[in-house]
Structure formats: structure tokens, C-alpha cells
Design a protein around this ligand. Structure first.
Ligand code: SF4
Ligand SMILES: [Zn+2]
Length: 113
């Protein structure tokens, strides 16, 4: 269980807003859309990847104090899961010649009976 950044009382991980002080925690009332907030007088954009690579076209740039797409420029953008084409093949798909040899052995064994 985490705590509310405003009132510091315990809240559920998927809470859209704090049940105690109504502080908005997620964007658009959806638990899957994080709402990033600037701390102090600093704007989010100054530390955002999309500001530094000049790909953001949000109207609030470069003075965003809240944003749903903010990504810390010091963290790499890596997919959390390996794409299927980069995953290692299972052992039985890595050695197709093994199946040919086993098939020939099986046919030889059947013919020998
Ligand atoms: S994505 Fe948000 S925080 Fe990042 S540059 Fe654009 S407006 Fe600023
Ligand atoms: Zn709160």
C-alpha cells in the first residue's frame, strides 16, 4: 500500500484520487493513466525525454506542471518485455537436424522389426 503525496495517508495502488483529501493521482479518472506532477517550482519538461529530443507537441510544453506522458530523461526507454523475434527459441526449434536424425532412426528401427 502506498501513501498520498499530499496528505500522506495510506491509499490503494490503483486509486484514481486520494479518498481522504481528493488529491488527483491518475489522469482522466483511469487507474492505468499515471499523472506526473512537478515538484516545487520546477517544470516537468526540463527533465523530460520528449522535451530533450524535441518530439513533444503538447501545448503546455515547456511549462508543464502535470503531464501524462512525462518520462525522466535520465531513465532509458526500454520495452518491459522482449519482443517475440528477440526471444530465444525453445531447444526443440533450435536443432531441426535432430528431428531428421531421430526420424531416420525411428524409420530404421521400424524396418528392422
Ligand atoms: S511530454 Fe509532458 S513533460 Fe514531457 S515535454 Fe511534453 S509536456 Fe513536457
Ligand atoms: Zn490525500
Amino acid at each position: 500500500m502506498s501513501s498520498c503525496p499530499q496528505c500522506d495517508r495510506p491509499i490503494r495502488e490503483d486509486a484514481v484520487s486520494c479518498p481522504h483529501c481528493r488529491y488527483q493521482l491518475k489522469a482522466f479518472g483511469h487507474p492505468g493513466i499515471p499523472l506526473h506532477r512537478a515538484e516545487g517550482d520546477e517544470f516537468l519538461c526540463s527533465r523530460c525525454t520528449y522535451h530533450h529530443d524535441d518530439t513533444c507537441n503538447f501545448p503546455q510544453r515547456p511549462y508543464a506542471t502535470t503531464c501524462t506522458l512525462y518520462h525522466n530523461v535520465e531513465e532509458s526507454i526500454e520495452p518491459e518485455t522482449t519482443p517475440p523475434w528477440k526471444q530465444p527459441k525453445p531447444w526443440y526449434r533450435r536443432y531441426p537436424a535432430l528431428w531428421i536424425v531421430l526420424g531416420l532412426l525411428a524409420i530404421s528401427f521400424l524396418l528392422a522389426l
